[in-house]
Design a protein around this ligand. Structure first.
Ligand SMILES: *Cc1c(COP(=O)(O)O)cnc(C)c1O
Ligand SMILES: [Zn+2]
Length: 447
């Protein structure tokens, strides 16, 4: 299998390749990001996506039940013997006409992909099942990550499921309690660094290099292989038809990168006709991608990214003492590690990037709560982004848009309760205080 599957540096001036047996998280020659690449011509790939439906009847098999591994022919980097699964990817694609109305879209054109249904409550499980499988495959004993919360919750769950030692690095700033409670409950060694996420990200890489620990941040190319399956499940729910748009929040940009790779490969394999367009939504308080892509015109350029301009932008952020700041803590990231891969995804999918305010994020989140299954703040960014792109006429009223709801409603209850108690939101639903008296209670119910 080894030469049919390999890791390849995405820097076109380097293009070094490495065996998948090597646990790397950066190119050993130039330090750039690595991709998992397949020699598809010599691998067995189904001739059409409907082929995967046969697995619905064998779902008593854990790997056929998994919403990631039942597509294993499309991420064939490890043998089934190494696959780790806890039953991830049982997600729902919900048509939601109320959200359509909120975003001024035609009925039947807006769908919500509920990734909060995953075992640890966020899409990260799609990636962790793949990363821990690779960790097992290469014989790793310890894993680590930096996290705004969900990555640590997810790896803590997968690490104990397959007996890996687990350390997570969190910043001293905001971390939603739902997420922190999971990491602690699942038994991860939790290191709180006096700094923000970007500081944690730098430290964890150095520590992993020094101590030979397996890194599971989205720098890890195997994690992104698992996240491709979110798109396969969207296609599956749409009877293998591509929607017009995928709308996704952007933080470290692993998800958007994985989606672009998924569509590139499906197109290459002749398994889809149409590649959807991609809309990546930043929070205004952490809008590096928006600034670089929409305002500074940074493009993938076939791999020839203007790195100088990007570094200059980061230097300016540092010089001005900038710290990202948004209620959507899962995307409170100013130096997205997957920037280059994400630019590639934007090229593949003819993408756009937008940024939305915290007010818009929280309101969109409350609409998803009121009419859908609920989501955490970062996920609300995708609905807020769709609304904005409808206002701008970029997305047509009849175009089919799938908003990715990346995390569960209960991840960040403080944000939700504050919105409802403060009463000034359009959908605020605050508790009504009454005296301990039946007449007062009935009066309140009827009011
Ligand atoms: C991690 C995360 C994001 C950001 O995804 P990236 O792949 O880092 O861009 C968005 N929403 C939630 C809920 C997350 O946990
Ligand atoms: Zn390289």
């Amino acid at each position: 299998m080894s030469e049919r599957v390999y890791q390849k540096c995405i820097n076109i001036n380097c293009s070094a390749t490495f065996s998948v047996a090597e646990p790397l998280f950066a190119c050993r020659s130039c330090g750039d990001l690595l991709d998992v690449q397949y020699d598809w011509e010599h691998l067995e790939v189904p001739g059409n996506l409907g082929w995967f439906e046969q697995r619905w009847s064998t779902r008593h098999e854990p790997l056929d039940w998994s919403g990631v591994w039942r597509f294993r022919e499309l991420l064939p980097f490890c043998s089934t013997r190494d696959c780790v699964t806890v039953g991830e990817g049982q997600t729902i694609l919900q048509r939601n006409d109320h959200v359509a109305e909120y975003t001024d879209s035609a009925p039947g054109s807006v769908y919500l992909q509920y990734e909060g249904m995953n075992p640890s409550g966020s899409f990260k499980d799609n990636g962790m099942t793949a990363a821990t499988s690779h960790a097992k495959m290469v014989g790793a004993e310890n894993v680590a990550c930096a996290s705004t919360g969900n990555t640590s919750a997810s790896i803590a769950l997968y690490a104990h499921a397959c007996d890996l030692g687990c350390t997570v690095f969190i910043g001293s700033g905001r971390i939603a309690y739902g997420k922190l409670s999971q990491a602690l409950d699942y038994g991860a060694k939790t290191i709180q660094i006096k700094g923000d996420f970007d500081d944690c990200m730098r430290q964890v890489q150095d520590v992993c290099r020094k101590e030979n620990i397996y890194l599971v941040n989205s720098l890890n190319p195997f994690r992104l292989e698992g996240q491709k399956t979110i798109m396969y499940r969207v296609l599956e729910a749409l009877r293998w038809q591509s929607p017009d748009w995928i709308v996704v929040p952007g933080g470290n940009l692993g998800n958007s990168s994985a989606f672009g790779k998924a569509f590139l490969e499906l197109k290459h394999l002749g398994l889809i006709d149409k590649v959807p367009r991609l809309a990546i939504i930043n929070a205004k308080g952490a809008n590096t991608l928006y600034e670089l892509y929409e305002n500074q015109g940074i493009r993938f350029n076939g791999g020839d990214v203007e790195v100088g301009k990007v570094n200059q932008y980061y230097q300016e952020l540092d010089d001005s003492g900038y710290r990202p700041d948004t209620v959507a803590t899962a995307i409170e990231i100013s130096r997205p590690v997957n920037l280059k891969k994400c630019l590639r995804a934007l090229e593949i999918c003819n993408g756009v990037v937008r940024d939305v305010s915290d007010e818009d994020i929280v309101e969109a989140k409350s609409v998803v709560g009121r009419f859908g299954i609920g989501c955490e703040p970062a996920s609300g960014a995708s609905v807020a982004g769709l609304k904005l792109l409808r206002e701008q006429g970029i997305i047509g009223s009849n175009e089919m848009a799938v908003c990715i709801l990346t995390g569960h409603q209960l991840k960040d209850p403080n944000c939700t309760v504050n919105y409802h108690i403060e009463q000034d939101g359009r959908f605020s639903n605050s508790p009504i205080e009454v005296d301990n008296d039946i007449d007062a209670i009935i009066k309140a119910i009827k009011s």
